[in-house]
Design a protein around this ligand. Structure first.
Ligand SMILES: Cc1ncc(COP(=O)(O)O)c(C=O)c1O
Length: 398
């Protein structure tokens, strides 16, 4: 089928909720994507922080095909090994005692907010503790609860009224967060590194202070690591840098190696409030995806793999800071591991377009931040290639 025909079909029949890039992707190999015209692109998006192991990883493929041949779906009415084993693997590598599975990041956030509400009902009966504190720049998803805790007005306003009780405090502002968390706060939800909001790392003391304020006020602390978790920042969990643990943590994007899965990890103290029937999902904990997720988790959590992410991250940071020294339109370089944002004095969209022409895919985070999220398996040569292309692209904007 012709490329123009595919684009035309998409525009005629698919609900237009995305502005798509002007090409049709056909396949991926390693850290490269190939379009239907045979053009190759170095991937610095990873399907928005999803394809941590790149494309066509043989171990992922083997787990996928083996489980697909055994049992593709069975519902949560029954036991199945991949779900139980994945839950164990996640718990053994985290602060948590239990895992709940969903199909996406927004559903994981939705579930975490529900679990927090239920915990407050059980532990503080009769009290008004329905408040949720979220932060400026936050993004937690598109469903009504997660959306209510998502800061950007443009995403929320057309769909109001959303879930009530959410207030926003300034991100990374310790005093303001302390003032916002009070006796009516049931939960505080925060990304240890904001992705969509512009690649903004939380300061360690900010996360520690949230922990302290939640403990003092009897609120639960939720870390949303849907985008920044699972090795992206160079540690398995982004919050490790702050040496502080949440009560609940949401995961999704990279967990399924390109297949849809989300998870909430939680402590036993929170889990004690949840009983059968409180929450559920037909598709969640799909056996094929759980089998693949076990491979992803095992690979990404290996100390040598994480050391590689940190090493590549340092190379990328050095390259981007070199660009900042040469290109005054770069206002700031932020990030860690393999998630980086270039805050620009101009809109990022035209530069992303020019990146395509040079064989590089990049994303934005807000209007003026160019976001780089390469697969975690990139090499130094790939980093050098990306930086060289961004250099050329920036030159065209000046
Ligand atoms: C931090 C964070 N939370 C939640 C979500 C929602 O995830 P999903 O798109 O899988 O629903 C995203 C998506 O970008 C995210 O970055």
């Amino acid at each position: 089928m012709d490329i123009e025909d595919i684009v035309q079909l998409e525009q005629q029949y698919v609900l237009q909720t995305y502005k798509r890039a002007p090409f049709v992707l056909e396949r991926g190999e390693g850290v490269y994507l190939y379009d239907a015209a045979g053009r190759r692109y170095l991937d610095c998006v990873s399907g928005i922080a999803v394809n941590a192991l790149g494309y066509g990883d043989p171990e992922v493929l083997a787990a996928l095909t083996a489980q697909a041949g055994r049992l593709a779906h069975c519902s949560n009415l029954y036991h199945s090994a991949p779900q139980a084993l994945l839950a164990r693997d996640l718990v053994q590598r985290s602060f948590a005692d239990r895992a709940f599975f969903s199909n996406s990041g927004t559903e994981a956030c939705e579930a975490a907010l529900k679990f927090a509400r239920k915990w407050q009902r059980v532990n503080h009966p009769g009290e008004d503790r329905a408040g949720i504190v979220a932060f400026t720049g936050s993004f937690h998803g598109r469903t009504m609860g997660a959306l209510a805790a998502t800061h950007r007005e443009k995403y929320r306003q057309p769909f109001e009224p959303l879930v009530p009780g959410v207030s926003f405090a300034p991100f990374n502002d310790v005093a303001a967060a302390r003032a916002a968390i009070g006796p009516h706060t049931g939960a505080v939800i925060v990304e240890p590194l904001q992705g969509e909001g512009g690649v903004n790392p939380a300061r360690p003391e900010f996360l520690c202070e949230l922990r302290r304020a939640c403990d003092e006020q009897g609120a639960l602390l939720i870390f949303d690591e849907v985008q920044c978790g699972l090795g992206r920042t160079g540690t398995l969990w982004a919050h490790e840098a702050a040496r502080v643990a949440p009560d609940l943590m949401t995961l999704a994007k990279p967990l399924g190696g390109g297949l849809p899965i989300g998870a909430v990890l939680l402590t036993q103290r929170v889990a004690d409030a949840i009983v059968p029937g409180d929450h559920g999902s037909t598709f969640a904990a799909n056996p094929i995806i759980c089998a693949v997720a076990r491979v992803v988790l095992q690979r990404v959590s290996a100390p040598a793999f994480l050391a590689g992410v940190r090493e590549r991250g340092r190379e990328l940071e050095a390259g981007l800071n070199g660009l900042k020294a040469r290109h005054p339109i770069i206002r700031d370089v932020r990030g860690c591991g393999l998630i980086w944002g270039l805050e620009l004095a101009v809109d990022a969209a035209p530069l992303i377009g020019r990146g395509y022409e040079h064989g590089l895919v990049m994303a934005n985070a807000g209007d003026r931040v160019l976001r780089l999220l390469p697969p975690l398996v990139v090499s130094k040569e790939h980093i050098d290639e990306a930086v060289a292309i961004i250099d050329q692209v920036l030159a065209t904007a000046e």
